[in-house]
Design a binder for this molecule. Structure first.
Ligand code: AMP
Ligand code: GLY
Length: 432
């Protein structure tokens, strides 16, 4: 079969890499893809929000299945549009994607279906929100309702920070209509993890647990980013926590969506905070995590195409995904300045040397391939540039292999965290 993957990040490189290993796949297209993806798939430069061109491309190339990477096209209703035209696509409908598209929807839904989450209130104007925070204790969390490319949540520690966050949202309107409403919620203190499942409308199968590292610098310092590295499995979210997240979060969510009349097919991602051994939902996402996917998929033994097809057909009940026993760890190398402004076009060196390493895969995110005097070169083309990923018999080995590979790669002003996986190593009591 012919498959198209929509998106251009490290997550999409990992999705395509895994899909390509299925014997069912004859050809893969990436819309638009990136430098590294172009080595294994046919890339076509189409904008994510240009649904008409995406539709036409899929029709013209007789593509059998489309897989959507990022949230924006899902929340904008790409699945509904493809389905109306009789095309096979993996992801939630526009209404179901509201679990990520609207924090207000997600919080009210969780309250209704008794899914553990922080206490909250909703406001649609500055004055009421301001009156509320003035009477609350700090820290507190202020979240814009709609999609904000991961930048819409503010953990604020005093009134001044709260005022600044509310002004940005309601007065300066930095998120536009995504900031028409805010959720203000209780601050939860604990360790975060990601539990992701594939759902077929009524049943789900979980993927392996993972943990992202959202802050830019070591020891969780600095500004929030899209994610600076991940590993799987996440010891903090194994065993009882994993089971509880499935039974008390993900299953009730899928069941709740059935009761709401908007069954959820696709990827449901619970970002959880573990407090006193209880998983509380910080957010739902309706797609694969980035960079979690880069650490999860190399561990998957099962045929990914089969899982996606079973999900689309509503046939997941009883299916169990097989996993390699190894651990996987992925380090993000970012452009200097990221998550703030950064330069593009830096030449990346060392990728050839990394290719020779066993159990190491480099998933590309913001890269572009250029041919100069007959030589292939990769240059930087985004904030997060590469996901250097390694499998190992345990987290410690995966950590070592990934960082050995990172050290071989270079581009001007690159930066990366040196502590990806440290929380797991401490928990497992393994010294590096
Ligand atoms: P979100 O946009 O909801 O995923 O939040 C982004 C990040 O803000 C999370 O990954 C957490 O690190 C932090 N955060 C969100 N909600 C809370 C909360 N209620 N308590 C503590 N930290 C939070
Ligand atoms: N890694 C965080 C996310 O995908 O939203």
């Amino acid at each position: 079969m012919k498959v198209a993957v929509i998106g251009s990040g490290g997550r999409e490189h990992a999705l395509i890499w895994k899909l390509a290993s299925s014997p069912q796949i004859e050809k893969i297209y990436a819309l638009p893809g990136n430098g590294g993806i172009s080595d294994i798939a046919h890339c076509q430069d189409i904008n994510l929000d240009d649904f008409q061109s995406l539709l036409q491309f899929v029709n013209d190339n007789e593509i059998d299945l489309t897989v959507v990477g990022p949230e924006a096209p899902l929340v904008a209703g790409i699945v509904d549009i493809f389905k109306e035209k009789g095309l096979r696509i993996f992801g939630p409908t526009k209404s179901a994607a509201e679990l990520e598209g609207s924090k207000v929807f997600a919080k009210q839904f969780m309250k209704k279906y008794k899914i553990p989450t922080a206490e909250f209130e909703v406001f649609d104007n500055y004055d009421d929100a301001w009156d509320y925070v003035k009477a609350e204790d700090f820290p507190i969390v202020i979240k814009a309702d709609g999609l904000c490319a991961g930048k819409g949540s503010f953990v604020v520690y005093d009134l001044k920070e709260a005022e600044s966050a509310l002004k940005k949202i309601f007065v300066d309107r930095i998120f536009g209509a995504s900031g028409d409403r805010v959720v203000i919620e209780e601050f939860l203190s604990g360790e975060e993890a990601s539990i992701i499942a594939i759902a077929d409308g009524k049943d789900l199968v979980p993927l392996a647990s993972s943990q992202d590292h959202k802050r830019a610098y070591d020891n969780d310092q600095g500004p929030n980013t899209g994610g600076m590295g991940a590993y799987s499995p996440a010891p903090v979210a194994e065993g009882k926590i994993f089971q509880e997240t499935i039974e008390k979060v993900l299953k009730p969510a899928i069941q709740g969506m059935v009761e709401e009349g908007i069954p959820f097919t696709g990827v449901l991602y619970a970002g959880i905070m573990i407090v006193d051994e209880i998983p509380y939902v910080l957010e739902f996402n309706v797609r694969f995590g980035d960079p979690e996917t880069q650490a999860i998929l190399p561990r998957m033994e099962s045929d990914f195409v089969e899982i996606i097809n079973l999900a689309i057909d509503g046939d997941l009940a009883g299916y169990e995904i097989e996993w390699k026993p190894q651990a996987c760890l992925s380090v993000v190398i970012a452009s200097g300045g990221y998550p703030g402004s950064y330069e593009k076009g830096k030449v990346i060196t060392g990728l050839d040397r990394v290719k020779e390493l066993e159990d190491v895969i480099v998933f590309h995110a913001g890269t572009k391939k250029i041919i100069e005097n007959g030589n292939v070169k990769y240059i930087t083309n985004g904030g997060r540039v590469l996901n250097v990923t390694a499998l190992g018999e345990d987290i410690k080995t995966a950590h070592k292999k990934a960082y050995q590979a990172v050290e071989k790669i270079h581009f001007e002003n690159m930066h990366y965290r040196r502590d990806i996986g440290n929380k797991a190593l401490t928990r497992l009591n393994m010294k590096m």
